[in-house]
Ligand binder design. Structure first.
Ligand code: ADP
Ligand code: ZN
Length: 743
């Protein structure tokens, strides 16, 4: 390693912003991203704690593009590595990976590229670092930055310790001058310190993003009819990706089978499955071939899927950490997603049963404290988000988040009943749990009360209009609001300073209605994000899937849901407009632009919808590869090759594009009558006549019904080509043909 990278050599956040637009197609930074990238550019060691979906990857990917040499990325999972690299390449970024899953030939090829300085990012599995010869290879590279992803894996205190991560010390020793950026979503203070110590970070800048995930809607539903609730939800959200977590391996298989019987495609995932089946099930989920996966805790770390719209917990997990982490896999793309937990009293008993069987005292106490925190989350009295955030040491300023079932439910004036509960807690000496306090208020359980002399208290029997379970829920809500505190070892209630102030000042309080049904209005019309043309969205999704299959990458690598929704909301109908969509960079415009524009334009024309983007203003933002006239230059290049008599396959090969993209170009060219001898590009006459029949029968502009008629033996490409040919014949008869043509 030369260690001679020049940091911050004139590169500032404006230039980074330019790279952000050019390669990723994003118009701005997420919180902290710019600051972090700046610190990295200055050559500082950095430690980044950000929730899942916060956008950690860009914090090193952007500097990697700006710095002179290669950025080494340490990433724990082989499966993820490939997807990440595919994602970068789809954005036109030179990236590669080295791991044990690839052939030695492929490895050599990547090493050679790195060696020649032709890679900006090189992903490496941690176990490679100790391998013979690897040091020699690293020494020969010009490494500008080392990024350690999932950095908590280095710590034994973390929940995903990976001994291989300890090798990273060696890496540091090998290249002491190279700055390091360590990133993780889950780190307590202890783990954080450990990461810094293990990686020997110096003069470190630490960035901590909040734990709040504003796009996640949290709710807890009674577990009585959880199967029906699950089926109902999945039917209402057909095709959306969902993960259902279960506590047992058997459970995952049973539920997946039941769902399949009810017509919902679902696959199980657990550690007991054959490795091959497990990998295949995960793969099919990630590639959108199956919408639902029913999994144990074993499923997760390898999941980088940004468009998971539902995380349901069929059983309660044993801790808030686990719950937060598992729900964190929802909505990484920033779009709304739901987290549903099914809970009922039997759940509590089930968990307590496990607790009682623990033999180690310290372990049991710690597990009990964790369970209590989880139960607090299940309590219907306090904002779910608030409980989560407070658990992680944050103090959310508002009482209501507007995105959980509690905050969305009706409230009632709970002033009097709260005063009574607080008084009863004080009068009984702050030594009892909520059940006992409730019994005192209701005047129940007389023998015990007598024994303790509590029958004579002024609060004895003063409540008749609430049951004991209801009182317990209200007490739980008061804990959630910080007026009461619950003991750690035993759930005894005590009053907090805030609680005393509440009593003294006779403050008003409103609490959520108990067991109120979840309001149905949360996907309301005022929710601007939800407003997009779902029909077009589905067409774009199908197009995305087609490209993804063709290239063997997950669909989100082509375009994420957020980008497709943006398209289905703004109807871009020119390259500039398309470029103004968040998530469309230059490379993707080049590769997929023609196809997406065609679909959108056809749809918009048949529905008379205008282009709603504000492209001109953004045009300057994303530098264009070259000035172009109305005739888009990439299609034009295809035309030049077609004129030389090349076939679609030959053109694709020549231009390093997919045949699908070239087919799109050819279609446009056929339609606009620009292509000599367009018949050359049609399938044989027999197939053409079948396709013509089907087009006739299906009518309309959509190709899916046509394809359905023909069967999977026929490709969309063929159908489109024939369709284009038809359109050409029609338009050549009409006077306005030339004006109506857009390429
Ligand atoms: P993390 O690693 O923190 O979980 P990722 O780096 O995977 O998060 O980013 C999550 C999602 O957010 C990705 O789909 C990514 O494309 C998107 N994203 C990241 N930064 C931005 C940005 N500045 N603007 C728009 N989308 C972004
Ligand atoms: Zn809330």
């Amino acid at each position: 390693m030369h260690g001679a990278a020049v940091y911050n050599g004139g590169m500032n956040s404006v230039d980074l912003k330019d790279l952000l637009a050019r390669h990723f197609g994003f118009d701005g930074f997420r919180p902290l991203q710019a600051e972090i990238a700046d610190a990295v550019m200055q050559g500082r060691d950095t430690l980044v704690l950000m929730p899942t979906g916060g956008g950690k990857s860009l914090c090193y990917q952007l500097p990697a593009l700006a710095l002179s040499g290669v950025t080494l990325v340490i990433s724990p999972l082989i499966a993820l590595m490939k997807d990440q690299v595919d994602g970068l390449r789809a954005n036109g970024i030179a990236a590669g990976f080295l791991n044990s899953a690839q052939s030695s030939e492929e490895r050599r090829r990547i090493q050679q590229m790195a060696f020649e300085g032709r890679l900006k990012l090189l992903y490496v599995a941690p176990e490679r670092i100790t391998q013979q010869g690897f040091h020699l290879f690293l020494n020969a590279l010009d490494i500008s930055l080392i990024a350690v992803d999932e950095a908590h894996c280095i710590s034994e205190w973390g929940h995903e310790f990976r001994p291989d991560y300890r090798n990273l010390k060696m890496l540091r020793a090998l290249s002491p001058q190279t700055p390091v950026i360590a990133l993780t979503a889950t780190a307590t203070e202890r783990v954080r310190d450990d990461i810094a110590a293990q990686l020997e970070l110096r003069d470190t800048r630490v960035f901590v993003g909040g734990f709040n995930r504003p796009n996640l809607f949290y709710s807890v539903l009674p577990d009585r009819d959880k199967y029906d609730a699950t089926v109902g939800y999945l039917r209402n959200h057909e095709g959306e990706s969902a993960i259902i977590y279960r506590g047992s391996q058997r459970g995952t298989e049973d539920l997946a089978a039941d769902l399949a019987e009810d017509g919902i495609e679902a696959l199980p995932y657990h550690a007991g499955l054959d490795a091959e089946i497990r990998a295949r099930n995960q793969e099919r989920f990630v590639r959108d071939e199956v919408p639902v996966i029913v999994a144990t805790v074993a499923f997760g770390m390898g999941i980088d899927k940004p468009d998971v719209r539902l995380i349901a917990h069929y059983e309660m997990p044993p801790s808030v950490e686990r719950y937060y982490q598992e729900t964190g896999r929802a909505g990484r793309d920033g779009l709304k997603a739901e987290c549903i937990l099914f809970y009922g009293p039997s759940e509590r008993r089930r968990q307590e049963f496990f607790l009682d069987r623990m033999t180690d005292d310290a372990e049991r106490d710690s597990a009990r404290a964790k369970l209590q925190a989880m139960l607090r989350y299940c309590n219907p009295g306090a904002c779910r988000r608030g409980v989560l955030l407070r658990y992680f040491g944050e103090s959310p300023r508002v009482d209501s988040c507007d995105a959980c079932d509690v905050c969305m439910s009706e409230t009632f004036d709970a002033t009097v009943i709260s005063q009574k509960i607080l008084s009863a807690v004080v009068r009984t000496g702050e030594r009892f749990g909520s059940t006992y306090v409730s019994q005192v208020l209701r005047g129940e359980n007389a023998p015990k009360l007598d024994e303790r002399g509590h029958r004579n208290l002024s609060v004895f029997g003063i409540v008749q209009n609430y049951s004991v379970p209801e009182l317990r829920d209200i007490a739980g809500a008061l804990v959630g609001r910080g007026l009461l505190a619950e003991g750690v070892e035993y759930p005894t209630l005590s009053i907090t300073p805030d609680g005393r102030a509440f009593l003294k000042r006779r403050e008003q309080i409103r609490l959520p209605m108990l067991r109120a049904p979840v309001t149905k209005t949360r996907r309301s019309a005022k929710d601007a994000e939800a407003e997009y043309d779902t029909e077009l969205f589905e067409e774009l999704r199908a197009l995305r899937t087609r490209f993804a299959r063709e290239r063997g990458v997950p669909p989100y690598v082509v375009f994420g849901d957020a980008t497709l929704r943006h398209m289905a909301r703004s109807f871009p109908q020119s390259e500039d407009s398309l470029l103004s969509i968040s998530g469309v960079g230059n490379k993707k415009l080049e590769d997929f632009g023609a196809a997406f524009l065609k679909t959108i334009t056809e749809y918009a024309e048949s529905n008379e919808i205008e282009d709603k983007t504000s492209a001109p203003e953004k045009q300057t933002r994303k530098p264009r590869p070259a000035k172009r006239d109305r005739r888009d230059s990439t299609t034009h290049r295809t035309l030049e090759l077609a004129r030389q008599g090349l076939s679609i396959q030959q053109i694709a090969y020549d231009r390093g594009m997919t045949t699908s993209t070239v087919t799109m170009h050819i279609e446009s060219l056929i339609e606009s009558n620009a292509l000599p001898q367009p018949e050359r590009y049609l399938p044989n006459t027999n197939r053409v006549s079948k396709i013509l029949d089907a087009l006739d029968t299906a009518g309309g502009d959509r190709l899916k019904p046509v394809r359905d008629l023909l069967g999977s033996d026929y490709s969309y490409d063929e159908i489109r080509l024939v369709n284009a040919f038809l359109k050409r014949s029609v338009s050549s008869d009409t006077v306005w043909a030339d004006e109506s043509v857009t390429i």
